[in-house]
Write a protein that binds this ligand. Structure first.
Ligand code: SF4
Length: 227
C-alpha cells in the first residue's frame, strides 16, 4: 500500500540553505505570502516588481507548480494570470477541474527576465539552479501548509527541480512518480509550451494531450475523495 507522506514525521526536512531569509513556521498561506514579500534570498528580486506568491483554495487538494511568474504576473502580483495562465484555465475547464479548487504556484517567486534587443520588452529568462534552490524553502512551506493530495509539476524546470534532473517531461508526462512531496505526484507540460506551438494543428494536438493529462489528475482527485 502506498505510504501517505503527510504522516511521515521526517517529511518536511529543511532544504539546502542557500536561502538566508527566515521562512516562518506559518500556519497559513497568507502569513507565508506576507513574509515572502520582502524576500531577498537571491538576486531575482532586484529586477522584478514584486514577489508573486502562490494562490488558490486554502484546502486545495491539487497543487500546480510552474517555473516562474511572467511579465503580467510580475505586474499584477498574481500567478498564472497571463497568456499561459489563461490557457491553463481553459485546459482545467475542459478537464473538469475548477480553478477555484486548485492552488497554483512557481518554483521561483520573482520574475526572471532579460531585455529584448530594442529594450522595449521583458523576455522570460530561465531561472538559475541556485535561484531555484534559494526559493525552495518557500515552496516547501507552501507544501507544508497546504498538504496537497496531488502535486502536478508544469514543465521541465518545475519537474526537474522537484523530481530530479533526469526527469523527462516528454517521456514521463502523465505518469505517477514516487516522491515524498505529496501522496500523488505527476508532471505535464507547461502551458506556455503550447502557446509556442508552430501552427494551429500542433497547438490543438498539444492542447488535447495537456487536457488528457489533466483529466487523469481529476480522476485521481475523485478517486482520492471517494476513498
Ligand atoms: S526568487 Fe524566491 S528566493 Fe529569490 S528573492 Fe524571490 S522569493 Fe526570494
Amino acid at each position: 500500500m502506498k505510504k501517505d507522506p503527510h504522516n511521515e514525521s521526517k517529511r518536511w526536512r529543511s532544504g539546502p540553505t542557500w536561502n538566508t531569509v527566515f521562512v516562518p513556521n506559518a500556519s497559513t498561506i497568507t502569513e507565508l505570502r506576507q513574509a515572502a514579500a520582502s524576500c531577498k534570498a537571491c538576486d531575482l528580486w532586484k529586477r522584478a516588481t514584486q514577489t508573486v506568491f502562490g494562490e488558490g483554495a486554502p484546502n486545495a487538494s491539487i497543487m500546480f507548480v510552474g517555473e516562474q511568474p511572467g511579465d503580467q504576473e510580475d505586474r499584477t502580483g498574481h500567478p498564472f494570470v497571463g497568456p499561459a495562465g489563461k490557457l491553463l484555465n481553459e485546459a482545467l475547464a475542459e478537464a473538469g477541474i475548477a480553478r477555484s479548487d486548485v492552488y497554483v504556484t512557481n518554483v521561483v517567486k520573482h520574475f526572471s527576465w532579460t531585455a529584448s534587443e530594442r529594450g522595449k520588452r521583458r523576455i522570460h529568462k530561465k531561472p538559475r539552479y541556485s535561484e531555484i534552490q534559494a526559493c525552495r524553502p518557500w515552496l516547501e512551506a507552501e507544501l507544508r501548509v497546504l498538504r496537497p493530495q496531488i502535486l502536478v509539476c508544469l514543465g521541465a524546470t518545475a519537474a526537474q527541480s522537484l523530481l530530479g534532473r533526469e526527469f523527462s517531461v516528454n517521456r514521463q508526462r502523465g505518469q505517477l512518480v514516487d516522491s515524498s512531496l505529496a501522496p500523488y505526484v505527476t508532471a505535464t507540460v507547461h502551458p506556455s509550451s503550447i502557446l509556442r506551438a508552430p501552427d494551429d494543428k500542433s497547438r490543438r494536438l498539444q492542447m488535447r494531450a495537456f487536457v488528457s493529462d489533466l483529466k487523469k489528475v481529476r480522476q485521481l482527485a475523485e478517486k482520492r475523495r471517494a476513498a
